[in-house]
Design a protein around this ligand. Structure first.
Ligand SMILES: Nc1ncnc2c1ncn2[C@@H]1O[C@H](COP(=O)(O)OP(=O)(O)OP(=O)(O)O)[C@@H](O)[C@H]1O
Length: 551
């Protein structure tokens, strides 16, 4: 039997139900890449095929399956079928296995390790006796089977010996590099989506034949996954299909609207209508009603953010401990003794400002067509960046900061061979006095120098390390999840007024239509080298060194 969980182009893709239920599968992708969506689609198909499973739900996001299917919901909510603190798990799970029922084991509000340990011990014991196909699904596996002594040994045991007992295992994680290696290596089926952190790409590289395929992971869209192993005849790239029940794993949305009295229960309690249930389902319904009203003011994952919200940040993916370990790897060691010759003296996470800029200007041969450009500045240093897959720098903007319109205009017309002052006047259509002033400023900033032409005339030659960007070539959009900023942040070095001067110098008709600051996590390390200090910046999303900024 196949479960039609996804599509390859216009074609449906079925994956082997037998393999899912009794095999060992890993679902790996970074946050927001569609793991919980995909797992929920899989669960819907298992429900429709009357296949039993138990899902350890760490975020309390799967109970909506209950809207369509007769699932047993064990958790802390008032709507739950069993209270997780008091339930007698043994008979409930025995019944679920025997009658192929589906169970959501919601540990989102309790000590998850303790509860999960109790559950997996019982499941293993029951299956040692019953030997009926049943699937254990472990969300956020890095919390339960991390690469440390804290790993729940019974999950490791199930990964090794579950199959013979009919007990399958599906583990999901955003951080494969943090999960017990021996569990991942037991996974004969793999469903792998977008990953960008180097360590995580390395951790899954052995599942692929070619480096090119591993690099392809960086470019995948939410919902797209490589499916491999016994689940399919040959490796495919598919997109999980639509959900029948509501997806609850959405990013909380920031609202700039003052909360309505309904949303402040302490001050202004709202009586639930007669007969209406309380509990999380009812709460979420209420929030959804309010969200519908506030739609226009919300930030949605993957959609442009609103103008008037402040203090939004890209969520950090690399925890401090891991970042520190990575930074340690940058410290020099003695070749012979392996002793560290450098040491980290300061290590902190800092949010750097990213400025999202949109510009309108007149383009075309006759300069009569309105054109648009957009780009992103890393506001702490003032360099243009692409934050899609970690901070990637496009150098060439920083040197313009602090210049006025005239100086930028002169720089933008200078050819590498240089121009005389008269030629500059002709190219820029600026008067002699302004050109003289601009040249003076550029000479002072060491952005141009003077040379003699063959005819003996003085020419002004640019001293720029990188070409100046052209507005017509800037079309960058920002599409990342945002959460409220919480943590230390750096101040931007550039204001909207300063940027306006630069843009006017590049294109006199340019007008800024958007100037929006959001924040991006970077770990800053100070490393004592013996000959002074050096600075290291690590990207808080990818763990890679951020290269190209001054220390
Ligand atoms: N197959 C899909 N079809 C349509 N939309 C999808 C699909 N997969 C993901 N999405 C969209 O991407 C969003 C994020 O997906 P999801 O919540 O599953 O991410 P995740 O990998 O579980 O993230 P996290 O690990 O942070 O929980 C969803 O809210 C949904 O809007």
């Amino acid at each position: 039997m196949d479960l039609g969980v996804g599509r390859i182009g216009d074609r449906d893709l079925g994956i082997s139900a037998q393999e899912v239920v009794t095999g060992r599968t890993c679902v790996i992708a970074q946050s927001g890449a569609g793991k919980s969506w995909g797992i929920a689609v899989l669960c819907e198909h298992l429900c429709k095929s009357y296949i039993g499973f138990c899902l350890i739900d760490t975020e309390g996001e799967y109970f909506s399956l209950k809207d369509r299917f007769p699932i047993i919901w064990i958790g802390s909510d008032e709507d739950c079928d069993f209270d997780i603190e008091t339930v007698d798990l043994y008979p409930v799970m025995r019944d679920a296995i025997v009658s192929s029922r589906q169970v959501i084991f919601d540990v989102s509000e309790v000590d998850m390790r303790a509860k999960a340990t109790a559950l997996v011990n019982i499941l293993y014991e029951l299956e040692s006796e019953l030997r009926k196909p049943f699937l254990l699904i472990v969300e956020e596996a890095d919390k339960f089977i991390p690469q440390s002594r804290d790993s729940i040994k019974m999950i490791e045991e199930i990964s090794r010996r579950g199959r013979k007992r009919g007990l399958g295992l599906l583990v999901a994680t955003q951080r494969p590099s943090l999960v017990q290696k021996n569990v991942l290596s037991q996974c004969n089926n793999q469903i792998i989506g977008k990953l960008t952190i180097d360590n995580d790409l390395k951790a899954v590289a052995h599942f692929f034949n070619a480096r090119k395929e591993v690099e392809e992971l960086i470019t995948l869209e939410p919902g797209q996954f490589f499916v491999m192993g016994g689940l399919v005849r040959e490796k495919v790239m598919m997109k999980f299909g639509g959900r029948e029940t509501k997806h609850r794993g959405v990013t909380p949305q920031i609202s700039t609207v003052r909360p309505s009295p309904q949303m402040i229960p302490e001050e202004n309690p709202v009586e639930a209508p007669e007969g209406e249930k309380k509990g999380r389902k009812a709460e979420i319904d209420l929030l959804e009603r309010n969200e519908e009203e506030d739609d226009a003011t919300r930030i949605r994952s993957g959609t442009p953010i609103e103008e008037d919200d402040t203090g939004s940040a890209v969520p950090t993916l690399i925890e401090r401990d891991e970042a520190l370990r990575i930074a340690q790897g940058f410290c020099k060691r003695s070749f012979w003794s392996r002793r560290y010759l450098e040491r980290i003296t300061v290590f902190e996470r800092m949010y750097w400002p990213l400025i999202i800029v949109e510009v309108k200007y007149l383009g075309g041969i006759l300069k009569k067509t309105t054109r648009k450009s957009s780009f992103i500045l890393e506001g702490f240093h003032g360099e243009r960046v692409d934050p899609g897959d970690g901070l990637r720098i496009h150098p060439g903007f920083r040197e313009l900061i602090g210049l006025d319109e005239t100086a930028v205009s002169i720089l933008s017309v200078l050819s590498p061979a240089g121009l005389t002052d008269l030629e500059i006047e002709a190219e820029t259509v600026l008067g002699p006095a302004r050109v003289k002033k601009g040249i003076k400023l550029l000479l002072k900033q060491k952005l141009i120098t003077t040379m003699k032409s063959e005819e003996g005339a003085t020419v002004f030659v640019p001293l720029l390390a990188h070409p100046i960007p052209k507005l017509s070539g800037l079309h960058q959009t920002f599409r990342q999840k945002l959460i409220p900023l919480s943590g230390e942040s750096r101040n931007p070095v550039i204001t909207e007024d300063e940027l306006r001067k630069i843009l006017k110098g590049l294109e006199p008709s340019a007008e800024i239509t958007r100037f929006k600051t959001i924040f991006y996590p970077v770990y800053e390390a100070t490393i004592a080298t013996g000959a002074g200090n050096r600075r290291l910046f690590l990207d808080g999303i990818t763990g890679r060194e951020v290269i190209g900024f001054p220390e």
